[in-house]
Structures are given as structure tokens and as C-alpha cells.
Design a binder for this molecule. Structure first.
Ligand code: ZN
Length: 399
């Protein structure tokens, strides 16, 4: 637990790798004596280590400071509905080892988190390290999270996770760790902010399109979670008043109209009606089920119906994003998630709809692209979250 000014110093080192005492004085406004004092305290607390020598401008060569690599490890955890991604990183946030496994959130929190703990222990064993050396854990989950408590609130179709103490469960295996839990899309946005296309961009939105649709919002260079943590839950914005029933119980929600299952259902109907021989062939080859990925493959082969289904979905998503653009004025929208890679028609239709419906001033500096981190975004963001909350002032950690 360190002071907010000292946290500024550490954040600056995270960005640049190293820092000099002169830079610390400039950054914090501390006097020379105070810099010496604080640096000595942070070295003896194990946060900082001295490294080599900086450029001399005459006189004694200044010693530089970096994060102490022996401080411990971070664990990044990205829990998806059907998969699990883990990464072990050093105190500077560099990923050392990773693993992925199939998982099923419907098995309930104990089973899934036991898999997380076992996976983390395995990564530590491979590096010859102990569970006590994990000092911070970031966890992403696919549902609404009350961020201050680190618990899921009313997750659709995963009732067993409601209010489950994820933090306490993982601390039984990793007793020295700070554990922070966040919505997976927020972590994808955080990953892009710290290590991807969002670096240096103050206002952007990450949109995840998969079974559900959600958004992570970066406002003023920070994740905007809203007053209770549910900001960005755009999948349940009404897109078609009398549309299909959503898993949340309402009708016509964006994700029910335009998400992966909606794309697959429309394609299956087209296959059965004879509108698309390509989709009909795929439907039969897959035992009567179609996935959004199959629709993407048909579109890549030039199937007209598949292309139109994807375009329709992109248009509906784009209409909702246009509203967000008018409201929030981001300079970047990144599209990710499992359905994002089904074809360029999706991105093209989203762009077209956003440009058509947003005001000229709002779109003047707006870029819309696929997420460059892709499936890595979640676990990268989980490590970032772990780092952010390791080095933050006391009251925030306990909040
Ligand atoms: Zn809904």
C-alpha cells in the first residue's frame, strides 16, 4: 500500500520501463530530500530496484530505477462462457507463461475457479515459483460485475455465480494476492488501452460481439464503469421493439437481434427455405446446426444470402453504435469478440451505419476498426487490472 504520488511514480515506470530521480522530482513536485526518502522507502518495501547508470550531464552519473522484478507475479484470468485463458506475468506486466483450456461457466463458480487455481499453480510450477509469490490477480468474467465488491450481479443464465466471493476463493490458493474482478469487455478495453490500439487514446469504445454484445468504455484515459459497474451493457438496448425474446427476458434487445445466435438462426432459416444452397449444405454437414462462423465461411465463398445476413447484423449494431457516438464522442471504436472475425462485411456495414446516423462533428475524428489484440485482449487487460490495483493507495484497495 503506497501513497497516490508514489503510485504516480510507479505508473510512470510502467509506461517507460525506468525512471531517474530527477524525473521523479519533476513528476511529483517533491524536494530533493523527499525524493531520496521516498525512493529509499520504496526500495526497502521491495517495489523499486536500482538499475545501471543513466546518461551523465557532467558530475556523478545518476542511478536509474525500475520496478523490482523480484516483487512477485501477476495472474491474469479471462473466464469466457466456454473457455478459460490464463497468463502469468512479472511485476512489470510482461507475460511469461500462458495457458488456455475449455471450461463451462454453467458448471458453477467452484468448479470453474478450481480450474483457474489449478491452471495458475501449474504455470507457477513451470517457472519454479510458489503460490505465495502471486501478489495480484485480475479476473474477467462474462457478466455484470459490481466492481467494488468483485461479484457478479444477476448474470443471465449463470445463477450460481450471483454474489459468489471470487476474491476470497482465489485468495485461499494465492494468499498474498490482491484480487480484482471486472466484466470481460471492460478488461478487453483496458488491454487495448495499455498494450494495443487504444494506447494514448483518451476516449474510445471496445465492442465485443459474440453470443452477447457488450462494450467497454474508456473515458478520459480510464475505464468508465458507471455508478454500479454496469456501464457499457449495450446488448440490452432495444433495437427492434417487437423483435425476438432476449435471454434477459425482454424483447428486441440488440444482442437478441444481431448477436451470434441471431446470425446463425437467420442463416438456418435461409438454408431450410432453399434461399442458399451453400448454407443448406453446411447445415446438413453440421447435423442441423449452424454457427456464426459457418455463416462467415459461406460469405467468404461469395454466398449472397450469408453476406446479406452479416450486413443486416452489422447495420443494426451500427445503428446502436451511432447513438453511442452521438452521446459519447469517442475517437475510436474497436470491434472484437468471437463473431467479429466472420468477415469484412460486418465491419463495413457497422462503419456505414455509424457514419450515416452520427453527426458530422462526432465522426470527424472517428476511426472504427477490428481489435488488433483480438482474443488476447481479455487476458492482457486482466494483467493490466492486476497491475493497476497492486499499486494504488490503501483506501482504494479495500474499497
Ligand atoms: Zn436483453
Amino acid at each position: 500500500v503506497i501513497s497516490p504520488r508514489a503510485a504516480d511514480v510507479i505508473r510512470s515506470i510502467r509506461r517507460g520501463g525506468i525512471i531517474s530521480r530527477t524525473d521523479i522530482a519533476r513528476l511529483t513536485g517533491w524536494s530533493r530530500a523527499k525524493v531520496t526518502n521516498e525512493v529509499n522507502r520504496m526500495i526497502s518495501a521491495g517495489y523499486l530496484a536500482e538499475v545501471g547508470e543513466g546518461l551523465s550531464h557532467g558530475g556523478r552519473r545518476p542511478r536509474l530505477l525500475k520496478l523490482n522484478p523480484g516483487l512477485g507475479f501477476m495472474l491474469g484470468v479471462d473466464i469466457g462462457a466456454t473457455s478459460l485463458d490464463l497468463a502469468l506475468a512479472d511485476a512489470a506486466g510482461r507475460i511469461i507463461k500462458r495457458c488456455a483450456a475449455a471450461a463451462n461457466m454453467l458448471d458453477g463458480p467452484e468448479r470453474t475457479l478450481q480450474q483457474v487455481a489449478e491452471g495458475g499453480l501449474e504455470l507457477l510450477r513451470e517457472t519454479g515459483s510458489r503460490p505465495e509469490q502471486v501478489i495480484s490477480i485480475g479476473v474477467g468474467v462474462p457478466g455484470p460485475v459490481e466492481f467494488s465488491k468483485g461479484v457478479l450481479i444477476a448474470p443471465p443464465l449463470m445463477p450460481g455465480w450471483e454474489n459468489f466471493p471470487i476474491r476470497g476463493y482465489l485468495q485461499e490458493t494465492f494468499p498474498a494476492s490482491v484480487v480484482k474482478v471486472d466484466n470481460d469487455v471492460n478488461l478487453m478495453a483496458l488491454g487495448e488501452l495499455n498494450a494495443g490500439a487504444g494506447a494514448g487514446i483518451d476516449n474510445f469504445i471496445f465492442v465485443k460481439i459474440g453470443t452477447g454484445i457488450g462494450a467497454g468504455i474508456v473515458s478520459g484515459g480510464q475505464i468508465h464503469r458507471g455508478s454500479s459497474g454496469s456501464a457499457g451493457d449495450i446488448g440490452h438496448i432495444c433495437a427492434e421493439r417487437n423483435g425476438p425474446v432476449c435471454r434477459c427476458g425482454n424483447t428486441g434487445c440488440l444482442e437478441a437481434v444481431a448477436g451470434g445466435p441471431a446470425i446463425a438462426a437467420r442463416a438456418a432459416a435461409a438454408a431450410r427455405s432453399g434461399a442458399s444452397p451453400n448454407l443448406a449444405r453446411r447445415l446438413e454437414a453440421n447435423g442441423g446446426v449452424l454457427s456464426a462462423e459457418e455463416v462467415g465461411a459461406a460469405a467468404r465463398e461469395g454466398d449472397r444470402t450469408a453476406i446479406e445476413i452479416i450486413q443486416a447484423s452489422g447495420q443494426i449494431i451500427g445503428d446502436v453504435l451511432a447513438g453511442l457516438v452521438n452521446f459519447f464522442n469517442p475517437s475510436l471504436i474497436l470491434i472484437g469478440g468471437g463473431v467479429a472475425n466472420i468477415g469484412n462485411q460486418l465491419l463495413a456495414s457497422i462503419r456505414q451505419a455509424v457514419l450515416y446516423r452520427s453527426t458530422a462533428l462526432a465522426t470527424r475524428e472517428l476511426t472504427i476498426n477490428y481489435s488488433p489484440l483480438g482474443s488476447e485482449a481479455g487476458v492482457t487487460g486482466a494483467i493490466s487490472l492486476a497491475l493497476d490495483y497492486l499499486f494504488i493507495s490503501g483506501q482504494d484497495v479495500e474499497r
